[in-house]
Design a protein around this ligand. Structure first.
Ligand code: SAH
Length: 333
């Protein structure tokens, strides 16, 4: 605001119109001077995206495909849990991390999303929920993209939705999920943020992790775990490790024991995730019995774990799947 020659209280008014009254246009901001409204209309847009597709699963999970002003598209997924509604937001257009099991990497990164675009994903869904008195209770940055490869914008986005002047979503209701970019984990630790940190682990040793996640070559497990231990100790925060169970790849008893050895003693737990199959790569999800057995081994070996239930199974719920389908259709037109 100040850089536009405006008084700071104008920013508060603007935030209130945008986030509390959910204004759809600058024109309706009746306590702003006409000249400011004119400038705002010329230089900014209130909703930087539009919905171009939607899939609703039988369990109520809704996947949105949004188009940005430059014509690129991103996904967001709304899931209903007993503890409230969670929105999974994308942080980049495409992704360069190259995890072999993930559909997002089918399309290379085109660009980072701005904090305004990420906020747009939340505002769009919040406005939809307003119609039935609902609320985005939780945000997980687990859509397409690597949030710590777009660190500044992601942190600005988190601050905006967390702010009392913004959507006032509590920091502990916002989770950043990273594939393990160590210098940014260190920066996050130094910032003493209260947002939750989740790490996509998916393998208990470098040899296997490298096959699944190329990022492991740049930041091997000993560096990653050391950084996480520093973060957890300095910030007194619990870490979530995400572990997708891939049949015959990372789901044996030996893997479970190795995983337990890696994590035991840390303030952390493992979230075991069923794999959403992606046609293009041939990985299969471990069956339920196997998943429960894996869970038991972790618990018996002193590591807390949860088994996540599947959401949106009958839609293209895997990160990047809906978008990849659209891009394919576009290219074959
Ligand atoms: N780049 C970040 C955030 C996006 S991925 C990260 O790696 O954490 C969010 C989570 O979804 C990660 O744990 C990722 O490994 C997982 N994931 C990717 N594809 C999946 C699929 N097809 N089924 C289940 N989980 C998947």
């Amino acid at each position: 605001m100040q850089e536009h020659g405006q008084k700071p209280y104008r920013a508060r008014q603007l935030f209130s119109w945008i986030y509390k009254k959910r204004a759809d246009s600058f024109r309706m901001m009746s306590d702003l001077p006409a000249s400011l409204i004119e400038t705002l209309e010329k230089e900014f847009i209130l909703m930087p995206l539009k919905e171009i597709d939607r899939q609703t699963a039988r369990d109520g999970t809704v996947k949105f495909l949004f188009e940005m002003t430059d014509g690129s598209s991103v996904e967001a997924v709304l899931m209903h849990f007993h503890f409230g509604d969670s929105l999974c937001v994308s942080s980049q257009i495409g992704c360069n991390m190259g995890c072999t099991f993930c559909a997002s990497g089918l399309l290379k990164k085109q660009r980072d999303l701005t904090s305004g675009e990420m906020t747009g994903e939340v505002m769009y869904v919040q406005k939809m929920l307003d119609e039935t008195g609902g609320r985005v209770d939780n945000i997980v940055i687990m859509g397409t993209g690597e949030p710590f490869d777009n660190y500044e914008n992601v942190m600005r986005f988190c601050s905006t939705v967390n702010s009392d002047h913004g959507l006032a979503i509590g920091a502990r209701h916002i989770t950043i999920s990273t594939c393990g970019i160590v210098p940014k984990i260190d920066a996050f630790a130094a910032g003493h943020y209260q947002f939750n940190l989740a790490i996509s682990l998916h393998a208990p040793n470098d040899e296997l992790r490298r096959k699944l996640m190329p990022v492991d070559r740049a930041y091997p497990l000993d560096e990653l775990m050391a950084s996480l231990k520093r973060y957890s100790t300095d910030n007194h925060r619990r870490i979530t490790f995400e572990y997708i169970l891939l049949a015959g790849v990372n789901d044996t008893d030996a893997h479970a024991k190795e995983l337990a050895d890696l994590i035991r003693g840390m303030n952390a737990y493992v979230n075991l995730i069923p794999y959403n199959q992606v046609d293009e790569n041939g990985y299969r999800t471990a069956d339920e019995k196997k998943a429960l057995h894996f869970y038991d081994i972790l618990m018996k070996n002193g590591v807390k774990a949860t088994l996540r239930s599947k959401h949106g199974e009958d839609i293209d719920a895997a990160c990047g799947q809906l978008r990849a389908k659209h891009e394919k259709a576009k290219n074959s037109e």
